[in-house]
Design a protein around this ligand. Structure first.
Ligand SMILES: Nc1ncnc2c1ncn2[C@@H]1O[C@H](COP(=O)(O)OP(=O)(O)O)[C@@H](O)[C@H]1O
Ligand SMILES: [Mg+2]
Length: 430
């Protein structure tokens, strides 16, 4: 008890975050949340630096701290943070993206009130040091990470199962792919997978020799969607049927997810959507370690009682410094043809959660039999379906690609072409 008091009362958020990982989250989330919302202790320089490590220079493929492009210059008592950034070339269009990523990452710390960026430009010497570092990293990391640095990663999570995580994952993935993007879907619900059925895929996964890493790599199942493409990996493609998935109980969840991230030949991806297993913190922690640039989307039902459970998922994200990109309310009021609204699972929960955790409400998907039917026949309703649920999924997908988490734009970065020949030394999968 004394330890708990000391941890929760500690003015150093880092101390809290390290210790609170090991405490049962039911006891913790409320106290933790309460503590976080009332204390607002500014971060240390070191904590800001750790947050900056989640910002990847998409072209060079490493984080901006490691590349020597950014450091935390100052943190005031009022939580105003100054980050100094030196771009390889001042006019590079990636500047806007780096700015947005820095601001949103650093703002995940509850003690931060404002983020200011001081821009600079590298001289020739600094530039060549950065390029050398990028080259070295590319060589060292080539064997481990199969997710391109330009991929936007969205983890779809919730406090508990049955709220529609998998339905949201497949419908958003299909809808984003329909816009012409290549979208990976990683079914991280190792024991309770439903992605294969919902996307109408059942082929066994095959491994092929990968010439780049000189190892066998798992080839994801693919489904063409309009001009786009889905690349899907699930334990459902490895076991005979849904009941034999129990076999995997002995497998460590984090290890399985790690293997799907590293040993799959993902190739080029604009987006990777991860259907998270319900409730577990260790997968979030693993993701934060392996892919700190992951954005979380929290799915909740409209019932206000669901919010406590959903806040726990948000707390877990915060503790591992993952950004919460937004909230989706699923199973919202069903409106019949006569215009009568049937709020079967209550109302207002999505907005309440969004307000509570300070993230936008990306949309509300009404409860509709077409969603469940689409899942059963492997045809996501967001593709050719009609009705408010299909429209809601498509609107959220549009919001994501245009505003919330737009794709990394690599085109027209001509200011950097001189360095492209150096970067092209990096092994890239085609
Ligand atoms: N908006 C909705 N309208 C109707 N049924 C839905 C909706 N969202 C999900 N469902 C159904 O609810 C059940 C649980 O959804 P699922 O996506 O599997 O949840 P989770 O992955 O969170 O466990 C499924 O049978 C699914 O078809
Ligand atoms: Mg599911």
């Amino acid at each position: 008890m004394v330890l708990l008091k000391w941890v929760l009362g500690s003015p150093r958020p880092m101390v809290r975050s390290v210790f609170t990982q090991y405490l049962p989250s039911e006891h913790l989330s409320y106290r933790y949340h309460e503590a976080m919302s009332t204390m607002r202790v500014p971060p240390s320089i070191e904590e800001v630096t750790n947050l900056l490590r989640a910002v990847i220079d998409p072209e060079l493929g490493s984080d901006i701290v490691e590349l020597g492009m950014a450091y935390c210059a100052e943190v005031s008592d009022r939580g105003e943070v100054v980050v100094a950034v030196k771009l390889t070339i001042g006019g590079c269009p990636l500047r806007g993206q780096i700015k947005k990523d820095i601001e949103s990452r650093v703002a995940t710390h509850p003690g931060v009130s404002h983020v200011k960026i001081e821009w600079g430009e590298m001289n020739a010497e600094e530039r060549s040091a950065t390029m050398a570092k990028a080259r070295w990293n590319a060589k060292e990391n080539a064997k481990e990470t199969a997710i391109p640095a330009t991929t936007r990663i969205l983890a779809i999570a919730s406090g508990k199962g049955g709220v529609g995580k998998s339905s949201v994952t497949v419908n958003l993935a299909a809808s984003i792919a329909a816009k012409g993007f290549t979208v990976g879907v990683l079914d991280a619900d190792i024991w309770g997978f439903s992605v294969p059925r919902m996307l109408g895929l059942d082929q066994r996964l095959e491994a092929e020799h990968d010439p780049i890493s000189d190892r066998p790599k798992i080839q994801p199942n693919q489904r063409v969607v309009g001009k786009g493409l889905l690349k899907v990996v699930s334990t459902g493609f490895l076991v005979e049927n849904e009941s034999t998935a129990l076999m995997w109980r002995g497998l460590m969840l984090t290890k399985a997810v790690e293997q799907f991230l590293n040993d799959v030949a993902w190739g080029e991806l604009d987006y990777l959507l991860i259907d998270m297993p319900p409730g577990t913190g260790d997968v979030q922690m693993g993701l934060a370690r392996m892919l700190p640039r992951t954005d979380m989307i929290i799915v909740t039902t409209p019932a206000v009682s669901a919010q406590k459970v959903a806040i726990r998922a948000a707390d877990m994200a915060r503790r591992s410094y993952l950004r919460i990109a937004g909230v989706i309310e699923n199973m919202s009021a069903f409106v019949c043809d006569h215009g009568t609204s049937y709020p079967l699972f209550g109302t207002g929960g999505g907005q309440a959660l969004a307000d509570e955790i300070g993230a936008p409400l990306l949309g509300q998907v009404p409860i509709e039999s077409s969603v469940a039917e689409g899942g059963d026949i492997g045809e996501p309703v967001s593709l050719a379906g009609i009705g408010p649920a299909a429209d809601a999924f498509r609107a959220i997908a549009t919001l994501i690609v245009t505003e919330t988490v737009p794709p990394v734009q690599m085109a027209d970065c001509s200011a950097r072409t001189f360095s492209e020949s150096e970067v092209s030394l990096r092994p890239r999968e085609k």
